[in-house]
Design a protein around this ligand. Sequence first.
Ligand SMILES: Cc1cc2nc3c(=O)[nH]c(=O)nc-3n(C[C@H](O)[C@H](O)[C@H](O)COP(=O)(O)OP(=O)(O)OC[C@H]3O[C@@H](n4cnc5c(N)ncnc54)[C@H](O)[C@@H]3O)c2cc1C
Length: 439
Amino acid sequence: MAKFVLIGSGLAGGLLAAYLGRRGYEVDLYERRADPREGNIVGGRSINLAISTRGIHALQQIGIADEALQHAIPMRGRMIHDRSGELHFSPYDVDPKKCINSIGRAALNTTVIEAAQRHPNVRVHFNHKCTSVDIEAAVAHLETANGAVMAPADTVIGVDGAFSAVRKSMQNEMANFQYDESYLAHGYKELTIPPGTDGSWRMEKNALHIWPRKSFMMIALPNPDGSFTCTLFWEFEGPRSFATTKSDDDVRRFFEEEFPDAVPLMPNLLDDFRSNPMGSLVTIRCAPWFYRDKTCLVGDAAHAVVPFYGQGMNAAFEDCVVLDECLEQFPENRERAFAEYFRRRKENADALADLAIGNFIEMRDKTASKTFRAKKKLDHALEAVLPGIYLPLYTMVTFTTMPYAKAAKRAQIQDALVYASLFLIAVSLGAVMLWLVAR
Ligand SMILES: Cc1cc2nc3c(=O)[nH]c(=O)nc-3n(C[C@H](O)[C@H](O)[C@H](O)COP(=O)(O)OP(=O)(O)OC[C@H]3O[C@@H](n4cnc5c(N)ncnc54)[C@H](O)[C@@H]3O)c2cc1C
């Protein structure tokens, strides 16, 4: 059996190791951080995430969905907070059972790593940082506290996230490697709403909370301990931005103006704001995602997207399912398997990148408007009257495993038909009115 070296035991790395282990491959998984079970996994990344159908499907395929989801909190819709503190709830789907789930990153990471370690042919090595990969020879070079080590393999897979060292080596060594990265003008900072004194949630638990403020927004996802993790997405620079809001007074004034109902729930706001790191939001597109049968990229290493559709991890998990299917289809030819995996995933990753940027505008700006809420109601009405025929875009992306590119195309066609029908109805009504007036 071939030997795989995987670089990065984040969400996709752990899951992929479990899939490859199940197939009987020899797997060595190298992670630059310490074991997440020792408690230092997050390092500034989102503490919780929304997992939906695609991610759950990937966990189900290896029988760990129930284990992973045992502490997840279902979120049935968006709870919009306007400036006056008024709340509007907008369900995600016409079917109230369809929900996304808030799940802790650390717990999920531990679950996938432990699933991988149940296979005796999978070995996990923490505190090993990959510095480069010899892509011709499929050898990873790693740094440890005791010096440099080499990890030879038949294939090295980069599951090492948006700033992948494996991808960097492919970029350096492959003449035809295409690479594009683009950053949003916005960054993000995480803040906390702690639980009430009795350990309860101080806002609606089963919702994703959004404070949309046109050019920026804050969101909050519930945690099992009764707290919420809030994320402020805000411009780095500009007259009102992270750059200009430095003193405690500035921060307090900004929050009191923009998120007045959240301020009383955030007793540690000033400390959190001062001490929590600022993250950047990057979209990465590259091609190809493999070199012969020697290296391959999976998850954010291949296609980092901005987090506004809540799909980055879901898509990374879906990569693992597709790669596993391709290895099953071409067991004797890994290069063909990687080529087929790339063919099936690339256009979908590109479509998701566009959808994710589009959803930023929808969440921060449009969710506040009556027109948006009316469009969502129309979507749900059409879905109820035309079940299986009309599917809102959000439903296709979040509650099905339909390829992202197909979902995006189908939504465009549906929208064109709906707007054309509404136009025809309006014209017909106008004609009837004119006829009545004329009589
Ligand atoms: C603020 C925010 C909110 C998000 N919310 C959601 C959400 O709600 N739903 C969703 O589906 N997605 C969400 N995402 C996206 C999601 O976090 C990523 O898509 C997902 O983590 C990708 O998994 P990965 O395993 O590919 O990469 P990562 O999770 O980044 O894991 C990469 C791993 O590789 C390790 N590594 C990196 N470099 C090296 C090296 N040189 N040597 C060894 N190890 C290395 C890292 O330490 C890490 O453990 C969000 C992202 C952000 C930033």
